[in-house]
Design a binder for this molecule. Structure first.
Ligand SMILES: [Zn+2]
Ligand SMILES: [Zn+2]
Length: 429
């Protein structure tokens, strides 16, 4: 059997579908999740959760905020929707988005942490009638922005779980922290949330991603690859390309050789690796020896050590190419994704719960390495280093045109299964 059975709780499914569609209509980009956070704050406070949001979540500023125009647009849209004196909104100025919601059960017990990412992507959603959100009238109402990775589903599972746990509070013990994390897509929120004091007391941590596999499959130990993304500047000396080429120091030529060298990096036998240059810019007249080039590149590795190996080798290439042409260069980290192994015992325990809930064995899969990166790795690493257990699940589903495409979609039945699975984990203590 390979098809997903419908979630057994039809009332739960109706509620989750409505929630998801509401958030799908109003996507917000990384670090500008103002309306999303405010709505979550209001709902969770109403359920009796203690919430922490806004500036008090941020001992330091977000590392890679959006450009000012993007941010202003999102802020003004949020002010219009919520009112400029909305107490949730006013505390979030300057990209202090996301929240942590905490609820205690009926007595002492383990501390659970669940993380849900909440940001969307700069993609224009498809109007094709074959695309379910368009066909059923819940496509994005924010031009050029779309929940094209399923994070609307993730936060819906978080909110659904919160409703269930609030209703059954006298039947479970311990404490639950729900981490609604911003800016996963730009690898910014995970590093900030990994330092939160609430995470420091977590014994048992779980997060999830919808979709990914393009088929129905529940994975209990999903690992992601590490990535380091850098911005580079090469600075040379300009001169007339006809008159005096010998007087110049060609930053463009150096950078081109650096890019070729990056793609030719030797690889590591211990696991997979990747390298890519996604943007490259040099604005000069045709008759000028170029004095400045900027580009952004990334290296990835199956684990942190392979990624570090790639990053160091890349640095040598960049330095060598610069020296060949006598130009100066510098690089800065744009973003990082950590990869960290999951707790096998926890993955096996959740797999047993899934079976007990009625998910067919044929749909369950022990482990999977995703060829992409996820900044939950920082949170998983922190919890495991402090002696807790942590794992990353994938609730696999057909994904329409694929992640980050204008026709991305997932099967909403997974929302119900996700809530039931996490609820059961807390109930079992
Ligand atoms: Zn994504
Ligand atoms: Zn994602």
């Amino acid at each position: 059997m390979s098809e997903l059975p419908p979630c057994p709780d039809a009332a739960l499914m109706r509620e989750l579908s409505e929630t998801r569609r509401g958030f799908h209509r109003e996507p917000e980009l990384s670090w500008t999740e103002y309306q999303t956070t405010a709505k979550l704050c209001q709902a969770l406070e109403g359920l009796g959760f203690d919430i922490v949001w806004g500036a008090s979540l941020y001992p330091r500023a977000p590392g890679n905020p959006p450009d000012r125009d993007t941010d202003r647009q999102a802020w003004e849209r949020a002010e219009q929707a919520l009112g400029s004196d909305n107490p949730y909104l006013t505390a979030m100025r300057n990209n202090r988005t996301g929240l942590v919601a905490t609820l205690d059960g009926n007595g002492p017990g383990r501390v659970f942490g669940f993380r849900f990412d909440i940001d969307a992507l700069p993609i224009t959603e498809s109007e094709d009638p074959a695309h379910p959100p368009s066909a059923q009238g819940f496509a994005s109402q924010h031009p050029g922005i779309m929940h094209a990775c399923g994070h609307d589903g993730h936060l819906t599972i978080g909110l659904g779980l919160a409703r269930r746990l609030a209703a059954s509070r006298d039947r479970w013990s311990g404490r639950v922290h729900l981490f609604f994390q911003p800016a996963e897509e730009v690898a910014g929120g995970g590093a900030v949330f990994a330092d939160l004091p609430q995470l420091a007391e977590v014994d048992l941590f779980t997060t999830l991603h919808l979709g990914i596999l393009d088929r129905y499959r529940i994975v209990f130990d999903a690992t992601w690859i590490a990535a380091r993304i850098y911005d580079v500047v090469y600075r040379g000396l300009s001169s007339h390309a006809g008159n005096a080429p010998q007087a110049g120091r060609n930053a463009l030529l150096a950078a081109c050789q650096a890019v070729q060298g990056l793609y030719a990096l030797p690889r590591h036998s211990a696991g997979m690796s990747r390298v890519n240059v996604g943007r490259f810019r040099s604005d000069n007249a045709h008759n000028v020896i170029a004095d400045e080039v900027r580009f952004r590149y990334e290296v990835r590795g199956g684990d942190n050590a392979i990624c570090d190996f790639m990053a160091e080798a890349a640095e040598r290439v960049l330095d060598g190419a610069a020296r060949m042409h006598g130009v100066d260069w510098e690089r800065s980290v744009f973003a990082e994704f950590s990869s960290y192994p999951n707790s096998r015992a926890l993955a096996e325990r959740i797999a047993a719960l899934a079976l007990a809930l009625g998910l067919p064995e044929a749909l369950l899969q022990e482990s999977f390495q995703v060829s992409a990166s996820e900044d939950a790795g920082f949170l998983i690493q922190r919890v495991r280093e402090q002696g807790g257990e942590a794992t990353h699940l994938v609730l696999g589903s057909p994904v329409g045109g694929g992640h980050h495409s204008p026709t991305f979609d997932f099967d909403e039945q997974l929302l119900g299964w996700g809530v039931l699975l996490f609820e059961r984990l807390v109930m079992e203590g």
